[in-house]
Design a binder for this molecule. Structure first.
Ligand SMILES: [Zn+2]
Ligand SMILES: [Zn+2]
Length: 309
C-alpha cells in the first residue's frame, strides 16, 4: 500500500476518500482540510483572536493543536464540569496540553461556583446533558464577550454533525435544521460567532491525527453520554459508512449545499431581553443559566432547611 500523494509506504487508509497516506502526508492533508474549511466558510481571519472550547478529549485538543500550528491566535476555554474523576482527568490533560504548547488557557471550575453538573441536574431534576448544555452556552458567550473574542470554535467533527443531522431529519426539526451550519452568526450583540472547523473530518481521522501527534487526551466518554440517542445514531452511521464509504461526508455536505438553502431562513432574532442578574441575553427577566442557578440554590436551601428541622 503506497501513499496516494508521495508514493512512500502508506500508514493510513482512508476509505471515505479512497486514498492512503504516509504519516507526513496524512498530517498535511488533515491540516489542509481544516484550513480550507475555515477559509471557505469564512469562520475567522488570522487577525481575529479565537476562543477554542476544549474538553480535554481528542477532538477539541486536535482542533487546538491544528489552529495553533496554522498560526491562528488561540486561547483555550475549559469548563471543569464537576463530573467526578472524568472531569478531574479532563481538566488535568487540558492544562498539561496548554502548558506543553505554551498556550493561554481559561479554566472555569463549575464545582467552585456551586454548579457541578451532577448536583445541578439532581437538584433541579433535569437531564444532566441539558443542564450541562445550558451552562456551556452561557460561559462560551459570556467569557468570549467579556474577554474580547469575536468567535468560539468547538471540536465537533463529521460524525457529530452527521449524527445530529440524522436526529434532526428523523424528527423533521426544521428550525434546528435551519441552524445546523458550520458557522453560526450571532443573533444578539452579546452572543459571538460559533464555528466548527472539524466539521468535514471524521472521528476516525481525528483519532489518527491525535495519535500521530502524540496528543495526550481523556479517552473515556462523558459518563452521562453513555446510552445517549446520539451514540445510537453514530453506530447506525458507522454501519452505513462501512457498507458505503464516504456516506457520512456526502450526507452532511449535500445537506449543506442542497437542502439548507431551500429551508426557511433561521430566524435572526435573539432573546429580546437582558438578564437582570448577569447582563446576558434572556427570554424572560433572567437568562436560562441564571434561572438554573437560582433553582439550584433554592433547592439546596430547602434541602438544608428540611435536614436541619
Ligand atoms: Zn506521503
Ligand atoms: Zn443571567
Amino acid at each position: 500500500m503506497k501513499c496516494t500523494r508521495c508514493k512512500a509506504p502508506a500508514q493510513v487508509q482512508l476509505r471515505a476518500h479512497n486514498a492512503n497516506f504516509c504519516r507526513d502526508c496524512f498530517l498535511f492533508i488533515f491540516q489542509r482540510q481544516v484550513e480550507r474549511a475555515i477559509e471557505k466558510e469564512r469562520m475567522f481571519r488570522r487577525d481575529e483572536p479565537v476562543l477554542v472550547a476544549v474538553s480535554g478529549g481528542k477532538d477539541s485538543l486536535a482542533l487546538w493543536e491544528v489552529l495553533h500550528g496554522l498560526g491562528y491566535q488561540t486561547t483555550g476555554l475549559h469548563l471543569s464540569l464537576g463530573i467526578g474523576s472524568y472531569s478531574d482527568v479532563s481538566t488535568e490533560k487540558t492544562a498539561a496540553f496548554a502548558a506543553a504548547n505554551g498556550l493561554p488557557l481559561i479554566t472555569v471550575r463549575l464545582a467552585e461556583a456551586g454548579m457541578a453538573v451532577p448536583e445541578v441536574a439532581g437538584l433541579t431534576r433535569r437531564p444532566a446533558c441539558s443542564a450541562c448544555g445550558t451552562m456551556k452556552r452561557h460561559y462560551f458567550d459570556q467569557l468570549a464577550i467579556d474577554r474580547g473574542f469575536p468567535v468560539v470554535a468547538t471540536g465537533h467533527n463529521l460524525d457529530d454533525e452527521a449524527a445530529r443531522l440524522l436526529g434532526n431529519v428523523l424528527h423533521w426539526q426544521l428550525p434546528y435544521l435551519a441552524r445546523q451550519k458550520p458557522v453560526l452568526e450571532p443573533t444578539h450583540p452579546r452572543f459571538v460567532r460559533k464555528v466548527k472547523p472539524l466539521f468535514r473530518v471524521s472521528e476516525y481521522e481525528t483519532a489518527i491525527y491525535a495519535f500521530l501527534k502524540r496528543i495526550d487526551y481523556v479517552v473515556d466518554e462523558c459518563p452521562n453520554a453513555v446510552g445517549a440517542t446520539q451514540l445510537v445514531y453514530k453506530e447506525m452511521l458507522n454501519r452505513l459508512e462501512a457498507a458505503s464509504p464516504g456516506s457520512k461526508l456526502t450526507f452532511v455536505q449535500d445537506f449543506l449545499s442542497r437542502a439548507q438553502p431551500v429551508l426557511p431562513a433561521a430566524t435572526g432574532d435573539g432573546p429580546p431581553q437582558t438578564c437582570a442578574q448577569c447582563g446576558m441575553p434572556a427570554f424572560g427577566e433572567i437568562c436560562g443559566y441564571c434561572r438554573l442557578m437560582r433553582e439550584t440554590e433554592q433547592k439546596r436551601e430547602r434541602r438544608a432547611a428540611s435536614g436541619a428541622a
